[in-house]
Design a protein around this ligand. Structure first.
Ligand code: PAF
Length: 280
């Protein structure tokens, strides 16, 4: 495994691999790697000749400076994990390497960036688009791997690929959960012991909601979920939406033809957690 810190070194190596006709799988991350990331690396390794993992805590996607400061950084541990998984190339740039000047690029994400996460984290998806487009254009992967936990991000990135007009396959990988159902996330390490015990309530509620589809309309189900969180008390629900899976349009009536995803964000102590469940 080779660790690169500069674009020039990384792209120099990639060019020779591309000339040899090797297929390249990219796994972009912000580090603090867990089993969710590992599953992306494993899938990328199974489907490509070469796996490139990037580790970069991207400042432009954080609308809250304290969230950026508190984001866990565990580089040595991350590199050790990637070595065990036999990742080929790891790119760990400094902020100046990715953003030598102030970044001003604005993407037209067709409103996908304005709902749910976008409403609560203004500018977040533009920041994601800024860094992911840089990585795509620099690395030119054949496939890029993203977790379904960040469902809205996946939809936004598919739109970004259209904007960039790149020949690239976005591979969506299933959410990896702890035994008690909590979706794996780098932010989980910031939960206190008490908060960690309460966190499985998020997935339990999503599953329970999915069992009520025959009994309740979408708006009734939304109210039901809001009520469950109010009754629970410790977890503050930021939003709960049932949306169709391409344009993220809210669903107001059940239609079997439409693929539906229930998405939510919750504040637990000072930690913001997101999760989602596909409603079949
Ligand atoms: O999902 C993440 O970890 C980040 O949003 C990503 C895609 C690596 C961009 O910084």
């Amino acid at each position: 495994m080779i660790v690169y810190r500069t674009k020039t070194d990384l792209t120099g190596h990639l060019l020779s691999l591309q000339n040899e006709g090797k297929s390249i799988g990219l796994v972009p991350t912000m580090g603090a790697l867990h089993q969710g990331h590992m599953s992306l690396v494993e899938k990328a390794a199974a489907e490509n000749d070469v796996v490139v993992v990037t580790i970069f805590v991207n400042p432009t996607q954080f609308n809250d400076p304290s969230d950026l400061d508190l984001y866990p950084r565990t580089l040595d541990q991350d590199l050790e994990l990637l070595r065990q998984l036999e990742a080929d190339l790891v790119f760990v740039p400094a902020v100046k390497e990715m953003y030598p000047d102030e970044e001003t690029q604005v993407f037209d994400l067709g409103g996908l960036d304005k709902v749910m996460e976008g409403k609560h984290r203004p500018g977040h998806f533009n920041g994601v688009a800024q860094i992911v487009s840089k990585l795509f254009l620099m690395i030119r992967p054949h496939r890029a791997y993203f977790g379904q936990k960040d469902f809205q991000q996946l939809v936004v990135i598919r739109r970004l690929v259209e904007i960039l007009d790149m020949n690239l396959t976005i591979v969506s990988c299933p959410i990896i959960r702890e035994k008690d159902g909590l979706a794996m996330s780098s932010r989980n390490t910031r939960l206190s012991k008490e908060e960690r015990k309460l966190a499985p309530f998020i997935y339990e509620t999503l599953v329970h909601a999915s069992e009520l589809l025959d009994a309740l309309s979408p708006s009734q189900l939304k109210e039901w979920v809001i009520l469950q969180f109010k009754k629970q008390g410790a977890l503050e629900l930021e939003y709960f939406e049932i949306v169709e899976d391409k344009g993220l349009i809210p669903v107001n009536k059940w239609d079997e033809e439409v693929n539906k995803v229930a998405c939510l964000a919750v504040l637990l102590g000072g930690v913001r957690l997101i999760d989602n469940l596909i409603f079949d």
